[in-house]
Design a protein around this ligand. Structure first.
Ligand code: NAI
Length: 331
């Protein structure tokens, strides 16, 4: 029986993997610890490890897993920027879940836009405090405003569809312009998108080429008062530059489901500890910044699909079937 070590296991992971596994009957061990150089020793005797977005699979970890006899790294995520694919190449197979619910992430991104625009998070807190004043809570009609979508893949296309439904003018940029064409949306180069958008939302993968693409230079090209939403990956945005732009009002609101140093924080209850990341602390101090803990994916439909596609990937690999969900260093 295939033995799987599932790292960074939360109660909800166990719940959904146990349901999916009733069809596969793999021997899954759930480790609360994330995967790191120490914990990868736990993988000895397992055939596969299963990891999430904040378990960095470095070259040293790849070597350690290979020595432990692990044959497969099953990512239960779409993004694979946390894996050193060059190091894995020829040594260990890496599979991912290319699509589980683009709608989960798209709907969350739009939810952030609505909350930030209409200040619903402030309204909620005010009314609970018997403060029924609406002063300061004014937003703008999204109808007929321009949304710029960066990355018109599965999630970007779902966002485009929702925002068109709002009556927004939607423009999009993708390194593959045909993706934008398939979304039936006008293509805009990045400079045009920055110049024309009232709301900019990021749905591209993180690559070495686009790390910190949202920085002081790109922000300078944007409209004054732009809203930026990032549910992609934290390092798409230079957080320090964003802080500066929020201070001057150039950026009027930011919704961040991901943050470049998030691995230290996400999915942990640190409510009684001192936050030692000054940039994150500064971002949290802005009333017009909404930060969530990498939860855009978090719906029942997404967790169901993540568990079943991950286990199907494991089955395909160990039965020697072709697996479309393998990722390699040329991807
Ligand atoms: P996808 O692979 O379907 O689409 C990505 C699109 O981005 C493709 O059309 C690709 O051509 C384009 N692209 C690549 N590099 C680009 C660049 N430098 N500039 C503009 N476009 C570029 O991926 P999908 O499913 O739409 O996911 C997008 C990203 O969203 C993932 O890579 C992941 O980082 C993030 N994500 C975040 C989640 C969350 O919970 N916050 C959950 C799932 C994904």
């Amino acid at each position: 029986m295939v033995k799987i070590a599932l790292f960074d296991a939360k109660p909800y992971d166990k719940e959904f993997f146990e349901i999916a596994n009733s069809q596969y009957l793999f021997d899954i061990h759930y480790f609360e610890e994330g995967l790191n150089l120490e914990t990868c020793l736990l993988a000895r005797g397992f055939d596969a490890v299963c990891v999430f977005v904040n378990d960095p699979v470095t070259a040293a970890i790849v070597d350690s897993l290979c020595k432990a006899g692990v044959k497969l790294i099953a990512l239960r995520s779409t993004g694979y920027n946390h894996v050193d694919l060059k190091a894995a190449s020829g040594k260990i197979t890496v599979v991912r879940v290319p699509e589980y619910s683009p709608h989960a992430v798209a709907e969350f991104a739009v939810g952030m836009m609505l909350s930030l625009n209409r200040k619903i998070h402030h309204a909620y807190a005010r009314v609970r405090d018997n403060n029924f004043s609406i002063a300061g809570l004014m937003g703008f009609d999204m109808y007929r405003k321009t949304a710029g979508v960066i990355g018109a893949g599965r999630i970007g296309k779902a966002v485009i569809e929702i925002l068109k439904g709002f009556g927004m003018k939607v423009i999009a940029y993708d390194v593959l312009p045909e993706q934008v064409e398939m979304a039936d949306c006008p293509f805009a180069d990045l400079d045009t998108l920055y110049r024309e958008s009232d709301i900019i939302t990021l749905h591209c993968p993180l690559t070495p080429a686009n790390t910190h693409m949202i920085n002081s230079a790109s922000i300078a090209k944007m409209k004054k008062g732009v809203m930026i939403i990032n549910t992609g990956r934290g390092s798409l945005v230079n957080s320090l530059d964003l802080v500066q732009a929020l201070k001057t009002g150039k950026v009027k609101a930011a919704g961040l489901d991901v943050y470049e140093e998030e691995a230290e924080y996400v999915y942990k209850d640190l409510s009684l500890t001192i936050l030692d990341d000054d940039t994150l602390a500064r971002l949290l101090s802005f009333p017009n910044v909404l930060i969530t803990s990498h939860q855009a994916f978090f719906t029942q439909e997404a967790l169901t699909a993540i568990a079943s596609i991950t286990l199907e990937n494991v089955k395909d690999f160990f039965e020697g079937n072709p697996c479309n969900n393998e990722v390699s260093s040329v991807d």
